[in-house]
Design a protein around this ligand. Structure first.
Ligand code: PSV
Ligand code: MN
Length: 424
């Protein structure tokens, strides 16, 4: 489904007056909005190919209809998001859920929508039909060499797919671990995993990065072999300069101080990328910013501060991706909300008065430091984000446009109401 440009222009026209009123009000209280606007325009968040269908739980899955039936349709969906918000200019594929049959035509289709391929994701947490060895007791950690080798070969194949598509990174998330005390020799599991990751690392092209994603629990509930940022950093440091830690917001133990983790990983030059989502209890995969928006802002605050301290390019030096898939919303509406939440937090973080904050910190003025952060967090920056979208050719209010144009209804008409996208 392709958006007619004039429909977006009509939509923008109808909202322009009110938009200008809000923007002028906001700008009146800010000193330099142009540099912030250009950063917002440059910032793109990758959409995972598995978030375009309704997510399921082990209790069931309730498809909303019109889900993409193929990789081509997933690319069309991300293209649609990008046309609306101009901030979703990349797609991240999971193999084997989305194996490109003909890489050149898939690449060309993505380019037509202005999309590039972000990190490739391997999958050694599920058994695939016809697979020789089971991952029931882990993949890279496995006690048997042939299982480890199968997992290594799979990751190398994922890299090959990625090269054909122009991707430049591989994210490895392992569900490896144990469910009961005594099941695993922790040291041997670590060493096997490191050995496997090293072989995968050797297969990376020169310009590629390897992201080692950690997760404290699920599907293993006693131990996880890449369980936290410390373990991930240990692997990444031993592997070499192309290996980095990837932070997924839902993968921590309750109340972890994620902003501090981010700050230290950045300081060490070992933060590679991000999986955004939100949660109340664990890896809930809810819409970004729907539960803990202040935490999201605090994380962005550290990201901006830490990246600036190292002279990094915000838009390109880290991998930015959403990783969510829940079961009640229209996935495209959910993704529009998630990207908006990310842009709002990023904009707010750019507006933090760093000098004032630093002075407050130096003077141990706890109250003033808190005021700096909370004053910024309470600022309504939506007009600034909308202005960036407008200048980039997107819709002033993507969600209302999506609803008014009945995009889901059109997708259902095209694809049917019983389609099921690949993924979890
Ligand atoms: C695991 O929970 C995870 O966050 C990893 O990134 C996976 O690749 C993704 O979700 C999809 O299942
Ligand atoms: Mn993830």
């Amino acid at each position: 489904m392709k958006l007619e440009k004039y429909r977006v222009e009509d939509h923008n026209e109808s909202l322009l007056k009110e938009h200008h009123r809000r923007l002028e009000f906001l700008k009146a209280g800010l000193s330099d909005t142009e540099s912030i606007l250009s950063k917002l325009i440059d910032f793109k968040v990758a959409i995972p190919s598995w978030a375009l269908g309704t997510g399921g739980t082990r209790f069931g899955r309730f498809s909303g209809g019109g889900e993409p039936r193929s990789l081509e349709e997933k690319i069309e969906d991300v293209g649609l998001l990008h046309a609306l918000n101009r901030s979703s200019g990349a797609i991240s594929l999971h193999i084997p859920w989305d194996i490109p049959k003909q890489a050149s035509s898939i690449k060309a289709l993505a380019a037509q929508h202005g999309l590039r391929f972000d990190a490739m994701n391997s999958n050694t947490f599920q058994d695939q039909p016809g697979q020789a060895h089971s991952y029931k007791f882990g993949s890279l950690q496995h006690v048997r060499k042939e299982v480890r080798q199968q997992a290594i070969d799979h990751n190398i194949e994922v890299i090959r797919h990625g090269i054909e598509l122009g991707s430049e990174s591989l994210t490895v998330w392992l569900s490896d671990g144990s469910c009961f005390p005594g099941q695993l020799n922790f040291r041997k599991a670590f060493q096997n995993t490191l050995e496997g990751l090293s072989e995968i690392y050797q297969a990376l092209p020169e310009n590629w990065k390897l992201f080692v994603e950690y997760k404290a629990f699920e599907p293993n509930f006693y131990s996880t072999t890449v369980g936290d940022w410390g373990q991930s950093l240990l692997y990444a440091s031993k592997l070499g300069p192309k290996a980095y830690t990837l932070v997924d917001l839902g993968h921590h133990l309750p109340n972890a101080n994620i902003e501090q983790i981010v700050a230290l990983l950045l300081m060490e030059g070992k933060l590679g990328g991000f999986h955004f989502n939100d949660s109340k209890y664990g890896d809930d995969d809810l819409t970004v910013g729907s539960i803990k928006p202040y935490q999201l802002f605090l994380i962005f605050n550290e990201l901006v501060e830490g990246m600036d301290a190292r002279g990094m390019e915000h838009a390109t030096d880290l991998g930015w991706m959403i990783d969510a898939s829940h079961n009640v919303k229209d996935p495209l509406e959910d993704l529009l909300q998630s990207v908006e939440a990310i842009m709002i937090s990023y904009a707010q973080a750019l507006l933090v008065d760093r000098k004032k904050l630093q002075t407050a910190q130096q003077e141990n003025d706890v109250v003033a430091a808190q005021e700096v952060l909370q004053n910024t967090f309470r600022m309504d920056v939506r007009a600034l984000v909308a202005e960036a979208r407008l200048r980039a050719g997107g819709a002033l209010d993507p969600l209302s446009f999506y609803r008014k144009e009945k995009i889901r209804e059109q997708l259902i008409k095209q694809r049917g109401s019983a389609t099921v996208a690949t993924g979890l």
